[in-house]
Design a protein around this ligand. Structure first.
Ligand SMILES: C[S@@+](CC[C@H](N)C(=O)[O-])C[C@H]1O[C@@H](n2cnc3c(N)ncnc32)[C@H](O)[C@@H]1O
Length: 245
């Protein structure tokens, strides 16, 4: 059973929007910057930032790409719109939409960025499946998230504390292998900014058809493991964005 639900999450993050940057935002700022260093965007590329939040990443994107920041919470988006206006980030568009029902055509984006949002949606595996569809065949997904520890004692605490974390807006019990199960994406590489960090940065690409499951599992264990790049089938489509903010 899902622990998160979009209607509740939307309201929770409307509240978070008032103090997000000064609290959780401060804690994760360095990792966000490190994640964006792995974007490898070319001029004219389209980037989708799923769960853009207060727009903390917006100033970090190159100005010669188009960024679409999507979020469910109007409170979080209002803060992002403020940053966009204050910093003159005209290359960033903001869209209020549910990532579980994304309003874009397949293969619309060259890059997808998902930071701290996988553990916030009702179905993280479905979010990745939808993101894979929105990604162009050679595209990459940059994921920054906390995943359940592979150490049993820590994983136990993460499961026990999960109901508390759900109340304040995210899950602490999602396992990387579970969310990747049935998703046509493979890990190109992954790493932690610090060895004991709670968060991981993971670069995903489309799977070669039938990429062996054990390779994904091995990559998940080997932080910073070798690339498994490949292509998957994707349908080309045109970007259909309702710009806001
Ligand atoms: C923890 S915040 C992360 C914000 C930002 N990515 C960052 O790293 O600072 C999670 C964000 O995901 C948004 N979110 C949660 N569920 C969503 C959904 N189904 N569709 C779109 N956005 C969603 C929340 O409103 C919130 O702004």
């Amino acid at each position: 059973m899902s622990a998160m639900s979009e209607p509740v999450t939307s309201k929770t993050y409307d509240v978070w929007s008032w103090f997000y940057d000064r609290t959780f935002g401060r804690l994760v700022k360095v990792r966000q910057a490190r994640a964006i260093q792995h974007l490898r965007a070319k001029s004219g590329d389209r980037v989708l930032d799923i769960g853009v939040g207060t727009g903390m990443l917006l100033p970090l994107y190159p100005r010669d790409v188009t960024v679409v920041g999507m979020d469910l919470s109007s409170g979080m988006l209002a803060k992002a719109a403020l940053k966009r206006a204050e910093l003159g980030l005209e290359h960033c568009l903001l869209v209020r939409a549910d990532a579980m029902l994304p309003p874009f055509a397949p293969a619309s984006f060259d890059h997808i960025v998902i930071t701290h949002t996988l553990s916030v949606v009702s179905d993280p595996g479905r979010l990745l499946r939808l993101a894979a569809k929105l990604l162009k065949p050679n595209g990459r997904i940059i994921l920054l998230n906390h995943f359940q520890s592979t150490r049993p004692v820590i994983a136990w605490f993460e499961r026990v504390l999960n109901p508390f974390f759900v109340k304040i807006g995210w899950r602490s019990d999602i396992a990387l292998e579970d969310v990747l199960s049935g998703v046509e994406l493979q890990i190109e590489y992954l790493f932690k900014v610090r060895p004991l960090d709670l968060w991981q940065i993971i670069v995903l690409t489309h799977s070669k058809s039938g990429a062996p499951r054990r390779e994904i599992q091995a990559a998940a264990r080997l932080s910073g493991g070798a690339g498994l790049a490949g292509l998957g089938a994707a349908v080309r489509g045109e970007l259909a964005v309702q710009a806001g903010g």
